[in-house]
Every structure is written in structure tokens, then in C-alpha cells.
Design a protein around this ligand. Structure first.
Ligand SMILES: *Cc1c(COP(=O)(O)O)cnc(C)c1O
Length: 421
């Protein structure tokens, strides 16, 4: 595609964009009386304007109905998680019975590991990317210890080659092959939070299965960002949070996918609670856990309705926009961002920026920029000029224009601010 570094070009792209109206559905944080350039939808998505009304509906039902809200509310709380399943399933490419919304991400990873990390004396290793999100590292480390293994031996981290920033699929394959018979689980992120690399979930899953291991993914930075086909790719399990690309508010409820081949598998160990019990029998208060069919059978507690109310409206926005349309626009925004960054670097020799995110298709919305000693100063310059980006130690600035509310004009403006540094 042909790009120009001009306001009129950026505006003409926005005029042609049939998703532009979705920006109106969100509150954009203000800076000096005008909309900031919000590039951190990968960290905390913006608030949908419909959130407060949705939340208020549940507060009103609680106020007016008390406990009756479980069955008499506008959206009965007893079945609240069902309202989220289908729209979540569309986002991750799963069947409805493979998905449930519950708890939060790290909690869900632990629950999934209890069921799907089943090490034996000979087959006990977990293979993962190096530099994974800290919570994921702690999950893996503590799960390995829970089973009596030494993390140093049981966790194999794959590193990029020297002077490279992201992993090559061929290297992932080689490591899996090398540890072949001793691998119990391959656990990766879908999109690496630091580098922005999109992993080939399909290939990693195939390779894991070929050595008799399971494949699980943390989709925190992938859900709502890239195209996912978890069912078609035969992924065993996955989990994600709802507050990044999915715009459902700080600490909001998480999502889980469990492949349908486990839907009826009552032999799997799991930590159980009453909300995962056969729904028809739940209030009989009987002894003896009978899991609900599918992912819903992994629930523990009754639904956190206030978080879910916001998640529900947010998922409805995704369903209206269509994840495929969003992914297509994200690619265009991202390509324009790369063009603007490169053009700015050329015209301002003070900018020391290195794009460490691999090229499309190995990227989603995010571009990670490796900086030099002046990196923090550049970051402060961006902040002072109304760009909300994020800084990740030691020296990376992450920029993530998202298709629901960012514009080509945002990206053009970002370029003018870069040039002024
Ligand atoms: C954001 C993120 C988390 C955060 O976990 P919470 O349990 O929601 O606090 C975990 N893992 C990854 C990969 C993330 O990007």
C-alpha cells in the first residue's frame, strides 16, 4: 500500500474507514483539552460508554430485587456467564462449549495446569518462550514445584538467536525435538508482551502433539488483537484476560478455552467448585461433584456480575464490529505506524529507535521500539505531548494502535511529535 506522511492523507484513510464510528463508543482520555493519542489498548483498553449503564442495570436489580436478582433480574445472575460465552468463542475461534468466562487470568492458568500439566517421572518438562510475562513464569515455576520437580531441570526456555529479538519457528521445533520424550507440556503466549511477536499457534500445537505433549497458550495479548482459530488448530487449552484489547476494565474477569475433546472427560483431575457442577443439580446441594459439560465444568464460584456486565457490553461491540474486520483494519493501522516511525527516524537523527517486533504476519497491533540511553527522555517527551504509550524495562517503548478507537490521524500526530524530539 502507498502511504504519505501528511495530515490530509491520514484523514482520507479515516474517512474511508467503515469502522471509524466505533471510536464514538469509547471515552478517550483527555490531554490539555483534547483527545490524547492512546496507544496502550494492549495494556488497558478504554472504557466503552455503555459500561456504566450496563453496570447500573445490575446495581438496580440488586437494589430492587435483592437475592431475587439471581432469577428475576433483567439478566439473571444465575446464568450470567452464558451471556458471554458465544461472543467470547467468536473472538478466539472456538465452539461455545469450549469457552467459559470466569475468575482472572493467572488463577485460570493454575486451574488449567492442574488438569493439563500431568507430569510423570520421565515426561515432565514444560517448554516455553524465554522472557515470558512474569505471572506466567511464576505459574510454571510453582506448578513444577507442586509436582516435586526442580524448575531448573523441568522448565526449558527457548531463547532467540544471538543478536535477534524474536524466536524462529524452526528453533522451537528443534528444541521440542531435542527434549522429545521428556516433554509434558508446551506453553507459549499467543503474542509476546514485550516484543509483540505473534507465535504460530497452529504449528506449535502440531509440533507439541507430534511429540506426545499438550499445547496451552496465554492469549492475554492475542484475544481481540489477532485472528485465532483455537478449535481448528486443535489447541488443548488457553486463557486470556479481558482488560487489554477486550476493553472490560481493570482486573476484569478472564476467559478460558478447553478443547472439546476434554468436554466430557471426567477422569481429568480438576479443582472443583459448585459453579462447575451440573447446572441442573447445582442447588440440590448434594455430595459428589458432577462436572458440567465442557469448559463450564471448570468454574468454581458464582459469577462476578459487576465485572461481567462490563465485559458483556464490550464483547457485544466486538460482535458488531466483527473480529475479522478489526484484524484487517489493525493490519492497515500497523503498516501505517511502521511507515511513520521509519519516516520520522529518517528526518530526525536524534531518534534512536529499532523496531524489534517481527514483520507481518508475525505481529498484531503492537510495535515494540528498542531505544538507547535517551529512551526514557523520549518516552517522557511523548507523554508530555499527549501520547499515552508504555515503557517496559529495560528499554522498550510499546506502541499499540487498536482498530476500535485509534485513527490514522493519531498515527500521523504521533509522527509529528517524534520529529520534535
Ligand atoms: C497481562 C498479562 C497477565 C496478567 O495476569 P492477571 O492474572 O490478569 O493479573 C498474565 N500473563 C500475560 C502474558 C499477560 O500479558
Amino acid at each position: 500500500m502507498h502511504f504519505e506522511n501528511s495530515l490530509s492523507f491520514a484523514q482520507s484513510c479515516d474517512n474511508k474507514d467503515n469502522l471509524i464510528k466505533f471510536r464514538e463508543l469509547f471515552y478517550i482520555p483527555q490531554h490539555n483539552g483534547k483527545s490524547s493519542i492512546y496507544f496502550t489498548g494492549n495494556s488497558l483498553g478504554l472504557q466503552p460508554k455503555a459500561a456504566s449503564e450496563a453496570l447500573n442495570q445490575e446495581l438496580e436489580d440488586w437494589k430492587n430485587l435483592g437475592v431475587e436478582g439471581h432469577f428475576q433480574g433483567k439478566n439473571p445472575w444465575f446464568s450470567y456467564h452464558h451471556f458471554l460465552t458465544e461472543n467470547s468463542a467468536k473472538i478466539v475461534g472456538a465452539k461455545s462449549h469450549e469457552v467459559v468466562v470466569m475468575n482472572q487470568l493467572t488463577t485460570n492458568l493454575h486451574l488449567l495446569f492442574i488438569s493439563f500439566y500431568r507430569p510423570t517421572a520421565l515426561k515432565y518438562k514444560i517448554i516455553m518462550e524465554t522472557g515470558a510475562f512474569p505471572s506466567d513464569m511464576y505459574v510454571v515455576e510453582s506448578q513444577v514445584k507442586l509436582h516435586g520437580f526442580d524448575p531448573k531441570e523441568a522448565i526449558i526456555e527457548i531463547k532467540p538467536r544471538e543478536n535477534e529479538y524474536h524466536l524462529r519457528q524452526e528453533d522451537i521445533d528443534i528444541i521440542l525435538e531435542l527434549h522429545r520424550d521428556s516433554v509434558a507440556l508446551v506453553f507459549f503466549s499467543g503474542v509476546q508482551y514485550y516484543t509483540g511477536q505473534v507465535f504460530d499457534i497452529k504449528k506449535i500445537t502440531e509440533k507439541a502433539h507430534s511429540i506426545g505433549a499438550l499445547a496451552g497458550f496465554d492469549l492475554a495479548h492475542a484475544a481481540g488483537n489477532i485472528e485465532l482459530k483455537l478449535n481448528e488448530w486443535h489447541v488443548d487449552f488457553a486463557a486470556w484476560c479481558s482488560y487489554k484489547y477486550l476493553n472490560s476494565g481493570p482486573g476484569s474477569v478472564g476467559g478460558v478455552y478447553i478443547n472439546e475433546k476434554f468436554a466430557n472427560d471426567n477422569t481429568l483431575p480438576r479443582l472443583a467448585g459448585w459453579w462447575g457442577h451440573n447446572e441442573k443439580e447445582r442447588f440440590k446441594m448434594l455430595k459428589g461433584f458432577q462436572p458440567e459439560f465442557g469448559a463450564a465444568g471448570w468454574q468454581l464460584s458464582n459469577a462476578p456480575v459487576f465485572s461481567m456486565a462490563i465485559h458483556k457490553v464490550s464483547l457485544e461491540i466486538f460482535a458488531t464490529a466483527g473480529i475479522n474486520n478489526l484484524v484487517r483494519k489493525a493490519k492497515e493501522l500497523n503498516a501505517y505506524l511502521e511507515f511513520i516511525i521509519k519516516d520520522s527516524i529518517q528526518s530526525n537523527p536524534k531518534l534512536s529507535l529499532n523496531i524489534i517486533t517481527p514483520s507481518a504476519p508475525e505481529r498484531g497491533c503492537q510495535i515494540s521500539l528498542l531505544t538507547d540511553d535517551n529512551g526514557k527522555k523520549l518516552f517522557d517527551h511523548l507523554t508530555l505531548n499527549g501520547v499515552i504509550a508504555d515503557w517496559r524495562n529495560p528499554n522498550v517503548i510499546r506502541i499499540a494502535p487498536v482498530p476500535l478507537y485509534n485513527t490514522f490521524e493519531d498515527i500521523y500526530e504521533f509522527g509529528t511529535i517524534l520529529k520534535l524530539f
